[in-house]
Design a protein around this ligand. Structure first.
Ligand code: ATR
Length: 276
């Protein structure tokens, strides 16, 4: 019998997670025997549950989602460069010597999805809305593709400035949303990382930052376009995308880190889209 690769995702809540579905599709492509569960934990028992799961000789690692990503970054033996900047871990990898590396695959998931969609990042002027965990998790990956400018704009200005201080570069700026009124030229790409989409709210940005040829990407997704994407649509933007591809992309990178197999994301995105 094939060796079972045991994996899980920790979170709270966790019942909604699409990760088991996604990883079973990857496992089928790879011809690997994979058991991928959901594990509900509390703040109090998370570390003991995590250690218990990873102690299983068949456990290859696990995914971590809200609210345990920061706690995991403190726990692992080693952090990837992106996880260090993010201060958060979404993927734990068990090494042959029994120690654990913490990585974050959200940024790679995002940039690979943008590349899949034909978005040019090198040399682009990029506006990243929001300065929470989701924004922090993608910074390093965006910079590896050499944009001309990255402006992080946040409702609470101080948080945007703090984020910009993590990567000291002249072409990286942190501003308050209200300061976007001063921007003269539309951006090439706007990424919405705020949690506003989850509550059906629209981040307060001036229309002048968008042109018809701006690429507009919302890191959230749903069964219909987010209010942010609907707004872009009303402004005449043709290239609008939600974050379903990023979700599958980050999972694909985790799967690769555990197994060495790079899954084809297209059929998985299609299957998820049909079931939203
Ligand atoms: P996540 O881990 O999803 O990034 P978070 O760390 O709580 O969640 O951050 C949420 C982000 O969405 C923040 O940047 C927040 O702005 P503030 O720092 O000013 O709170 C942003 N956000 C949430 N609701 C918003 C809204 N209605 N308009 C603009 N920004 C909003």
């Amino acid at each position: 019998m094939d060796l079972v690769n045991k994996l899980t995702v920790f979170g709270n809540p966790i019942a909604q997670s699409k990760s088991p579905f996604i990883h079973q599709m990857f496992a089928k492509q790879a011809g690997l025997e994979v058991e991928y569960d959901r594990t509900l934990a509390t703040k109090e028992n998370f570390i003991s549950e995590l250690s218990k799961f990873l102690a299983d000789p068949n456990a290859r690692g696990c995914n971590i989602t809200s609210p345990f990503k920061e706690q995991t970054a403190e726990w692992v033996d080693e952090l990837s460069a992106a996880a260090k900047i993010a201060g958060a871990v979404n993927t734990v990898i068990k090494k042959a010597d029994g120690t654990f590396i913490g990585g974050t695959t959200d940024g790679i998931g995002l940039v690979q999805d943008l590349q899949r969609l034909g978005v040019q990042i090198k040399g682009a002027r990029i506006l990243l809305l929001g300065a929470g965990g989701a924004a922090r998790g993608v910074l390093q990956s965006i910079f590896t593709l050499e944009p001309a400018l990255l402006v992080v704009a946040n409702r609470t200005q101080e948080k945007a400035k703090l984020l910009a201080s993590l990567i000291p570069q002249d072409n990286f700026k942190g501003v308050g949303l209200s300061q976007l009124d001063e921007v003269q030229q539309p951006f090439d790409l706007i990424l919405n990382s705020t949690s506003a989409s989850l509550t059906g709210e629209l981040p307060a940005i001036p229309d002048s930052v968008v042109s018809k040829s701006t690429w507009v990407y919302d890191m959230s997704y749903g069964d219909k376009p987010t209010v942010f994407l609907q707004h872009a649509d009303k402004l005449g933007v043709t290239n609008t995308f939600d974050g379903l591809g990023m979700l599958v992309g980050q999972a694909a990178e985790s799967f690769y880190l555990w197994t060495g197999f790079r899954p084809d994301v297209e059929p998985v995105i299609k299957a998820l889209r049909n079931n939203l």
